[in-house]
Write a protein that binds this ligand. Structure first.
Ligand SMILES: Nc1ncnc2c1ncn2[C@@H]1O[C@H](COP(=O)(O)OP(=O)(O)O)[C@@H](O)[C@H]1O
Ligand SMILES: O=C(OP(=O)(O)O)[C@H](O)COP(=O)(O)O
Length: 376
């Protein structure tokens, strides 16, 4: 038992038992599935491999394991583009004899958190394990439903993620620096205020910086920004001026589509796609001086080589610093892997939204549900 949450050891005898394991197998795919066939391929199986310690712990002790996950965001009905087939094939290579149900979000009861869907999932099930850290910020049926009636536990991955991220939040080594970027601006702005209570410095790059620039009255051209959030950013800046580091140079495409380097303003018709070399160097200094760093969200559109430099420089600083380093989020983890630096940081989290919400609140709906399990 860890903080009132049962672990695998608290399940008792698992031999001969049927165990439902909620995993987050929401992996990146390329290719298409349609009437002509399915040529989808998994581009990164990190989330599948991350669940293996739990699956193996159970199968080695004679349990029969049924895994289930969502994949993408289908709209509550079956859709071949989101079927679990490619995941099932990969799982069969990594863990023979393990069942995998079809995409949980093919039923509206999953995101609707319906009791009927939970009852369907737990029918014939003896034990429930949540190892889906990346989805544990969602109060969906398969995350919060089974522990109401079935003896439950957190899996090894969930245990590790919670241990590392709550360690950052509750025993920060200072200076503690958060680096935020990416494109899910409105999702993440909600977390910025809470993070500022916890960290000593907040470094902002990616598309997120443009909403802050707009709040400072700077020109941002046609760069991605959220008009509704400008007032929020102005308030955040006014209250935390000394803590926030924004880029002071940028690169992007000018009104003629030509590669351009600017100061912290984007001329009319231009689009900023990465932080500039001066900002990348300044951000590196902040990361090198830290004793703990949490990074979520690429510094630019790194999928395009012309705009990968900021993300690559920050990734290299994460690898080089003596600080304890944690990276969360699908795209940030993919960027690290692309630069072959994923082994150089202390922890790569399988959850982006989940890691931010855990840092913000110190808890997640999936963890609270486990604390209420019959065996807790
Ligand atoms: N300046 C920018 N303009 C447009 N897109 C950007 C910019 N900076 C980063 N991005 C995009 O943000 C995406 C990742 O954002 P996000 O999903 O928030 O990160 P994560 O998955 O790590 O949480 C990447 O696909 C990247 O191309
Ligand atoms: O990929 C996920 O989240 P992430 O992109 O925040 O890491 C999880 O599988 C949750 O998926 P969702 O954001 O569709 O609920």
């Amino acid at each position: 038992m860890i903080n009132g949450i049962p672990t695998l050891e608290d399940l008792g005898e698992v031999s001969g038992k049927r165990v439902f394991v909620r995993t987050d197998f929401n992996v990146p795919l390329d290719g298409e599935a349609d009437d002509d066939g399915d040529d989808r391929r998994i581009t990164d199986d990190f989330r599948i491999r991350a669940a293996l310690p739990t699956i193996e712990w159970l199968t080695e002790r004679g349990a029969s394991v049924v895994c289930a996950s969502h994949l993408g965001r289908p709209k509550g009905e079956p859709n071949p583009q989101y079927s679990m087939d490619p995941v099932r094939a990969r799982l069969a290579e990594l863990a023979p004899g393990v069942e995998l149900l079809e995409n949980l979000r093919f039923d509206p009861g999953e995101t609707g958190n319906s009791d009927e869907f939970t009852a369907q999932l737990t029918d014939g099930i003896d034990l429930y394990v949540n190892d889906a850290f990346g989805a544990s910020h969602r109060a969906h049926a398969s995350i919060v439903g089974p522990p109401k009636t079935v003896p439950s536990a957190m899996g090894r991955l969930l245990e590790k993620e919670v241990d590392v991220l709550l360690g950052l939040r509750n025993q920060p080594k200072r200076p503690f620096v958060a680096v935020l970027g990416g494109a899910k601006i409105s999702d993440k702005l909600g977390v910025v205020e809470a993070l500022l209570d916890v960290v000593d410095s907040l470094v902002i790059g990616g598309a997120m910086c443009f909403t802050f620039f707009a709040a400072q009255g700077k020109r941002i051209g046609d760069s991605l920004f959220e008009p509704d959030q400008v007032d929020t950013c102005a308030k955040i800046l006014a209250a935390n001026a000394g803590k926030i580091h924004l880029p002071d140079d940028l690169v992007g495409l000018d009104a003629n589509g030509q590669f351009a380097t600017w100061g912290a303003q984007v001329p009319d018709g231009g689009k900023g796609f990465d932080i500039g070399p001066g900002s990348a160097a300044a951000f590196t200094d902040v990361i090198m001086d830290a004793r703990m760093v949490f990074w979520n969200g690429p510094m630019g559109m790194f999928e395009d080589d012309r705009f990968a430099n900021g993300t690559k420089t920050v990734a290299q600083a994460m690898a080089d610093t003596k600080a304890f380093t944690v990276v969360g989020g699908g795209d940030s983890a993919a960027a690290l892997a692309q630069f072959r630096l994923d082994d150089e940081v202390d922890h790569v989290s399988t959850g982006g939204g989940a890691s931010l919400e855990l840092l913000e609140n110190g808890d997640l709906p999936g963890l609270a549900a486990l604390r209420g399990a019959p065996n807790a």
